[in-house]
Write a protein that binds this ligand. Structure first.
Ligand SMILES: *Cc1c(COP(=O)(O)O)cnc(C)c1O
Length: 372
């Protein structure tokens, strides 16, 4: 523990500077390479990253896009989902999942989550499936795989699409397979704070359906025919990945497993050192999580966060207001007791690949002092 004149060093919630400082030489070389190459949107850097990332996820095709929200929207659009369709989504997710559904003109059907992991509840999905259901979005929230094996069986039997929102789970595994290859397609975000983060916005769609990959690629590039650049056979939009971001992401992809292993080591320390009144989320069976966030539950969150604040320790709540209780989605609200109860109790603790053992120890000691 570092004590300077009686002041203990703060523990940030997320420390991107530490991650980038260790790789500054490589990142500087990438800036120069892209500048020299003269291709800034699309081009060989993007193509190389798309290939590597799809292969990493166990999918046949990867399409770089502008961000994770666009990735979700482009998948739904590419699947032909729109007006009159219902899309099942867990209420415990970042609002982007729901924004994508509304953006294509479909209606979100909110379902509850499992009490021990706070991930989408397959029984709730089964109960929600109806004649208008066109897709289910499984969110691998906090870096933990949702039960896409059960969901695939459910949706496959009823001709409903399964979309993975893997924005928080790059590299997580369910059984032997990485997330991103279980559904019809998966959406990834490369927002800087994600496990695989760009130095700006970025996203990707991965899929093993060549037709869907082609539709997503065309739509994201003004409807352009990749083989006849002057032809725009469909009305698209602009959502492309920069060469600079792709080059950074391709470099970081080579370090992702190491970074994720460091996150797992930090989570294991939390499990060993957290006081009894702080309940970490349960492990997902048969899964290897990548701990995008370190989420615990406490009875008295105000007391815990006051203690963390006083000790200079960063924290967050993901998510304090469940999506179905956010203003724009009030028309689609239903009673979802598990997520509503959890929203009062959840707390996200500092988590990033370079977090040191003594930083985790300080968080745990501080929470110990805030107990009943
Ligand atoms: C970050 C995130 C998104 C959206 O990604 P952006 O790149 O910010 O658009 C979607 N879903 C989840 C679960 C996320 O965490």
């Amino acid at each position: 523990m570092t004590a300077v004149a009686g002041v203990v060093a703060p523990v940030p919630f997320l420390d991107l500077t530490a991650t980038h400082d260790a790789r500054r030489g490589d990142l500087d070389a990438i800036w120069t390479r892209v500048l020299d190459g003269g291709r800034f949107v699309g081009g060989p850097e993007v193509e190389a990253f798309e290939r590597d990332f799809a292969a990493y996820c166990g999918a046949a095709h990867g399409v770089g896009v502008g961000n994770g929200t666009d990735a979700l929207e482009l998948i739904l659009r590419g699947l032909g989902i729109g007006r009159g369709d219902e899309v099942v989504v867990p209420a415990n997710t970042f609002v982007a999942t729901v924004e994508a559904v509304l953006a294509v003109g479909a209606v979100p059907c909110f379902v509850d989550v499992l009490p021990d992991t706070l991930l989408i509840d397959p029984d709730a999905v089964r109960a929600a499936l109806g004649p208008s259901t066109a897709a289910v979005i499984a969110v691998h929230l906090y870096g933990r795989p949702a039960d896409v094996v059960t969901l695939r069986a459910l949706t496959g039997a009823s001709g409903v699409a399964l979309v993975e929102d893997a924005a928080q789970a790059h590299g997580a595994r369910l059984g032997a397979e990485r997330v991103g290859g279980f559904g019809d397609a998966a959406a990834f975000s490369f927002y800087p704070g994600k496990n695989l983060g760009a130095l700006g916005d970025g996203g990707a769609v991965v899929t093993s359906d060549p037709g869907l990959a082609d539709r997503v690629r065309r739509t994201a590039d003004h409807g352009r025919d990749p083989h006849h650049r002057e032809r725009h056979d469909l009305c698209g939009r602009n959502s492309r990945l920069d060469a600079l971001q792709a080059a950074v992401l391709r470099f970081k992809l080579g370090r992702l497993d190491t970074d994720n292993a460091r996150r797992r080591a930090a989570w294991d320390r939390y499990l060993a050192w957290l006081p009894a009144h702080v309940a970490p989320l349960a492990a997902v069976p048969d899964a290897e999580a990548v701990h995008h966030l370190a989420v615990v539950q406490v009875d008295d969150r105000a007391r815990a966060t006051a203690a963390l604040d006083a000790a200079g320790i960063g924290w967050g709540v993901h998510y304090a207001v469940p999506c179905h209780r956010q203003k724009p989605y009030a028309a689609f609200a239903v009673e979802l007791p598990v997520v509503e109860c959890a929203a009062e109790r959840i707390l996200s603790l500092p988590m990033f690949p370079t977090i040191a053992a003594d930083q985790v120890a300080r968080v745990c000691e501080t929470l110990d002092g805030s107990g009943p």
